[in-house]
Design a protein around this ligand. Structure first.
Ligand code: 6A9
Length: 778
């Protein structure tokens, strides 16, 4: 009866999209509406690949093999591949990209460029160049494998020439209509090129690598010449697919994907092109290959360099051409890391016993890391868009709209978006499930503020805001309702770790700052200063948007007044004893991890005992108090510029900022004070310190931006802010540039003692904000 209905309707609101019309309805990504964005390198998880912005897109891509004694097949970006470097040197997010991959012994350059025309997103061409590195052995044999695959819809037809070489593939799909993918004969390669191909059914896009692995045979022979001597070498080539034996009685997997692969094998150096032609492109001036391809690439390249110069003006700030190239690569990897995903999250709510699928939807988003986290993360995206918006606002609006369209009827947006089989295949099961009580910082408001900080707002942008407004309202309300603290105007992150014995300090993944120390004993009395500041920012931006739209924004302007009033902030979060802003809660400073060795009962065989475990021991009971750990969280009123420029607390905070025993280092601000009890402490036996010391670039960007802001406002600390600004900016850009030169990558975080990059790589999400720091764009 009634209880059933209540339960059912709560459950359905979790799994129902927000009722207001989508900001980007399905056809908005179609080739008819946004042809320029239809095709793209929207598969950031592979070294090179393209697809369209559609639910079950035809996908295309590259795999390659070094034909040595220990051949390895490369396809998805893996840190374990040990490549010296890879990434986009230039990529404008729309038209073209140039990537360099340093494999062992040779460098592979991958280029693509699109040519608009017809009704289905136009044509594109790829060019690959393989060149030996200086120290490389002569006569290296390399295979490139180009593939095209369908995903449950569409057809592919391979075509062979008289010699049995795959010359082209024709195909159809719902969104592409008819198309042709051409494999012209390559140039170079010491004369000889060997060809193999494969056309097969395949269980799905997530097993493309497996299918290829299982189709290779090592008995093919390629004639090689090194110096004067000529010989023959065996190589791994495509033969026929041998599916894994299925256990007896198991239903065989339905093949929902069709796969065609073209393999070329050659000696380096070598160059080869692949062409995609849309049949509806009727007035094609000629094939996009050879000189035509070079010219088109060159013209886009010139345009990008020019635009980069005019937007970021790095030359006028005294940066060298090499430093400019570094900044271009950072931006290009952010843009080239944009992906298009389709599928549903797996959601655990209070109303379901088991996780249930969220409704399926598309997501166009940048990603933090192509190798490790090639998918959307809510609060990361707000930072990504700060950079993307400066380069091409339309890309930023696209992502923003897609994210807001993922909101459910309650106003919740899942934090980590693992959509579709390909994305799912990269994530261990325990990390897949998203919980509907859990938030993540509403950084999309940062992005919105950036996008709206200009003289005139275009009609399209106004239309966007109108569509977004009901969603933003609900989002704001959702935070106020579900993340409220027990006192008025206080906030508390939900979803902290529960197990009281396992963690030195229970994590707060939802805050984005994972293991950053909070109250030792999570309770309803907790209040979090970072979330307070995020909500103050949200109120400001919502008040502004209401004004732009002529909507009633009283609730926002009132909340803005209350929350930016430092009297309230100080009352809730300023600790006189710590002389810092801080969280409040049930807390003790005296918790440690200790080994617990199970003791045998009298007469019990000690060999039957479980192994010792590391558990938390609380030496002094917790009490309600401010949480004594200085670090990023303490800086929030400053980072989000809630703190008024004439507050004496700003002076105090700037002193602590510049203190090398606290957060200041020659490489940027460390996440947790060196003198904090949990500085660089493990959280469990296997969880090393993450936000307990290392330097993170998103927070450093906010710090540099805040210093710049305070340096431009009247107040007693103006000069101090200006000089700290110059110093911090210099430290960050010197270190990130040096590490990029040394290691080839931007990193997830930087070591606070050495400045060295650590964590995952390449991490060209928010670490790419270094471009804005160089350009002084805040
Ligand atoms: C684990 C790994 C094979 C952690 O950049 C994304 C997030 C941030 O939002 C967050 O603030 N990172 C930061 O503390 C990475 C989170 C990765 C979780 C997935 C599964 C499996 O990989």
């Amino acid at each position: 009866g009634f209880t059933f209905y209540v339960k059912w309707s709560l459950e359905t609101s979790v799994l129902t999209f927000h009722p207001s019309p989508l900001i980007y309805p399905p056809n908005s990504s179609s080739p008819a509406v946004t042809p320029q964005l239809f095709w793209g390198s929207y598969r950031p998880q592979v070294y090179f690949g393209m697809k369209t912005r559609s639910p079950r897109s035809v996908v295309t891509g590259l795999m390659w093999i070094t034909q040595s004694q220990f051949p390895a097949l490369r396809h998805t970006c893996e840190q374990s591949d040990g490549l010296a470097r890879y990434g986009w040197l230039l990529h404008d997010g729309v038209n073209f990209g140039i990537q360099e991959i340093r494999d062992k012994g040779y460098t592979l350059t991958t280029e693509f460029v699109k040519r608009p025309g017809g009704l289905h997103g136009g044509d594109w061409s790829w060019r690959f160049r393989v060149t030996p590195q200086a120290s490389a052995p002569a006569g290296q044999l390399v295979s490139l494998l180009f593939y095209v695959a369908t995903d449950g819809q569409g057809t592919l037809q391979p075509h062979l020439d008289q010699k049995g070489r795959l010359s082209h593939v024709t195909g159809t799909s719902e969104e592409l209509g008819k198309f042709t993918m051409r494999f012209p004969k390559p140039e170079g390669g010491g004369g000889h090129v060997s060809y193999n191909h494969l056309s097969t059914a395949c269980p799905g896009l997530h097993v493309l690598t497996d299918v290829v692995q299982r189709s290779l045979r090592d008995s093919f022979v390629h004639p090689v010449s090194v110096g004067d001597s000529a010989g023959r070498r065996q190589y791994l080539g495509l033969d026929t697919y041998r599916p894994p034996p299925s256990p007896p009685g198991a239903a065989s997997h339905p093949s929902n994907s069709q796969l065609v692969i073209h393999q070329v094998t050659f000696q380096v150096p070598f160059q080869v092109e692949v062409l995609f032609e849309s049949d509806s492109f009727l007035q094609r001036p000629g094939p996009l290959s050879g000189n035509a391809l070079s010219e088109l690439l060159q013209s886009h390249r010139g345009r990008m360099e020019e635009r980069f110069r005019s937007i970021f003006k790095l030359e006028t700030k005294g940066f060298t051409p090499e430093q400019v190239a570094f900044a271009q690569a950072a931006l290009s990897n952010m843009l080239g890391g944009m992906g298009h995903f389709y599928g549903s999250s797996l959601v655990q709510s209070q109303h379901n016993a088991e996780p249930v699928p969220y409704p399926a939807a598309p997501l166009f988003t940048a990603v933090p890391s192509r190798s490790f986290f090639p998918r959307g993360f809510l609060w990361d995206e707000g930072f990504h868009l700060l950079l993307i918006a400066r380069w091409d606002a339309s890309l930023a609006w696209q992502s923003l709209g897609h994210w807001l369209d993922l909101m459910n009827a309650d106003g919740w947006i899942p934090r980590e978006q693992i959509l579709g089989q390909e994305a799912r295949s990269k994530v261990p099961d325990e990390f897949v499930v998203q919980r509907n009580e859990n938030a993540n910082p509403p950084t999309l408001f940062l992005a919105l503020r950036q996008l709206l900080s200009k003289e005139t707002i275009s009609p399209e942008e106004l239309a966007f805001l109108r569509r977004a407004f009901p969603r933003l309202n609900t989002w704001y309300t959702w935070f106020n309702v579900t993340q409220a603290g027990s006192l008025p105007n206080t906030f508390r992150w939900r979803g902290r770790d529960k197990d009281p014995l396992r963690f030195l300090n229970p994590k707060t993944l939802t805050s984005g700052l994972d293991d950053y120390p909070r109250a030792s004993h999570p309770s309803d009395d907790e209040r979090h200063v970072d979330l307070f500041c995020w909500m103050a920012l949200a109120s400001k931006v919502m008040a502004d948007i209401s004004e732009i739209l002529g909507e009633d924004g009283t609730r926002y302007s009132e909340s803005r007044r209350t929350m930016t009033d430092n009297v309230l902030l100080d009352r809730l979060h300023w600790s006189e004893t710590l002389s810092a802003y801080s969280d409040y809660g049930n807390h003790t400073q005296s918790a440690v991890l200790e080994w617990e060795k199970p003791q045998p009962l009298p007469g019990q065989d000690p060999r039957g005992l479980p192994p010792p475990r590391l558990i938390r021991r609380v030496k002094k009971p917790p009490k309600l108090q401010f949480v004594g750990s200085f670090g990023y969280v303490s800086l929030f009123p400053f980072l989000l510029q809630i703190l008024s420029p004439d507050s004496p607390r700003l002076g105090r905070l700037l002193d602590q900022l510049h203190d090398a025993d606290k957060v200041w280092t020659p490489y940027g601000l460390r996440s947790l004070s060196k003198s904090s009890p949990l500085y660089m402490k493990h959280n469990t036996e296997h969880d090393g310190p993450y936000w307990r010391g290392p330097i993170w670039i998103n927070m450093n960007y906010l710090a540099v931006r805040a210093l710049h802001g305070y340096a431009h406002l009247e107040g007693p600390y103006r000069e101090r802010a200006a000089s700290l600004y110059r110093e911090l900016r210099e430290n960050l850009l010197t270190n990130l540039y040096r590490e990029y030169k040394d290691t080839g990558f931007l990193w997830e975080q930087y070591n606070d003692k050495t400045g060295q990059g650590q964590g995952t790589f390449p991490f060209t999400g928010w670490s790419s904000l270094i471009v804005l720091i160089m350009a002084e764009e805040y």
